[in-house]
Design a protein around this ligand. Structure first.
Ligand code: ZN
Length: 325
């Protein structure tokens, strides 16, 4: 994802920024903050903003914002700030491991390069495996001097309660797709609200992901997916070929489009427009939701897609017209 500049305004994060500033100026800043921000809504960015707010030497005194252009701010953004440590799942491994946390704790115990604070960002924090979370707990129980730990997570309930209870929570203000769409339109003047709503529908309520997406291409992908699903219902879709293609490219987006389409069909069904039986649709939706959970696992993705498509293709009437039969 493209890194957003420090001076961008994410209105839903402003309450979190304000409480951070209030805690900092009144000397009530603890040793660990839990940034409870859903994926694609700027949790990473907020962590960097906080780090820059601490390292920047030209903080705007009125707005309490990092300047965004001094050497310290630039180093935060480029990952070259020596007193800013970052822990994330190592490539391919989906979890943050205990040795990473031990290394972090050892680093935090050392004196900072610039003689000021050390800041560590752990993100996404729910990826800490059990041993790693236990190791982190020790660091939280015996914090070293001026270190500040920032845990970024959209799913705080997946962190042990013992870890959560030692952190001060920073929450965003109210979020809604309408709010995100207004923001997105302001970022891309002239863009259409309907396109952004559709994009957020497919991507989930993730404005930053939407901003990074080619929404025309995404719209095309959605229409292509819907055509294929209608073909599946008619029994004219080459299920195996389609599943193979979707399993390789844009898997998560295809699955999201499938889910949205099925939910729409169920809504139609509820309004009396009877096509496929609701049982077929519900079962296909179950398969699609399962397929979504496999988006980040090495499970056979074409197979997961195939299950959904076969469920539709073998619905009443379609089975007899399956290609090749
Ligand atoms: Zn600065």
């Amino acid at each position: 994802m493209t890194a957003l500049p420090l001076d961008v305004d994410l209105p839903w994060l402003r309450p979190a920024q304000d409480s951070f500033n209030a805690a900092l100026t009144s000397g009530r800043l603890g040793h660990a903050l839990l940034l409870q921000v859903s994926p694609g809504q700027g949790g990473q960015w907020l962590a960097l903003w906080i780090a820059a707010r601490l390292f920047c030497r030209k903080v705007d005194p009125l707005r309490q914002q990092p300047c965004g252009i001094c050497l310290d701010c630039r180093r935060v953004m480029s990952g070259e700030q020596p007193d800013l440590l970052r822990v994330q799942p190592i490539e391919d491994s989906k979890e943050i491991r205990v040795d990473q946390v031990r290394e972090l704790s050892a680093e935090l115990a050392l004196t900072s390069h610039a003689g000021g604070r050390k800041v560590a960002i752990v993100s996404p924090a729910e990826r800490l495996n059990r041993n790693a979370a236990n190791a982190l707990l020790k660091t939280l129980e015996e914090p070293s001097g001026s270190a500040l730990l920032l845990l970024v997570t959209g799913e705080p309930s997946r962190l042990p309660a013992t870890v959560r209870s030692r952190c001060t929570r920073l929450r965003p203000g109210p979020t809604s797709d309408d709010r995100f769409v207004s923001w997105l339109q302001a970022q891309r003047p002239g863009s259409s609200a309907a396109d952004w709503h559709a994009a957020l529908g497919v991507l989930g309520s993730q404005p930053l992901a939407a901003l990074d997406t080619d929404i025309a291409a995404l719209g095309g992908l959605r229409r292509d997916t819907e055509r294929a699903l209608e073909d599946a219902m008619r029994g004219t879709l080459d299920v195996v070929e389609t599943a193979d293609r979707w399993g390789k490219d844009d898997y998560a987006l295809r699955v999201a489009c499938v889910e949205l389409w099925l939910i729409d069909r169920l809504r139609d069904w509820g309004h009396g427009k009877r096509g496929a039986s609701s049982k077929t649709l519900f079962e296909a939706l179950d398969h699609a939701r399962e397929a979504r959970q496999w988006a980040e696992s090495p499970v056979n993705k074409p197979l997961a897609i195939e299950r959904v498509l076969w469920r539709l293709a073998t619905a009443q009437g379609a089975a007899a017209r399956r290609p090749g039969s």
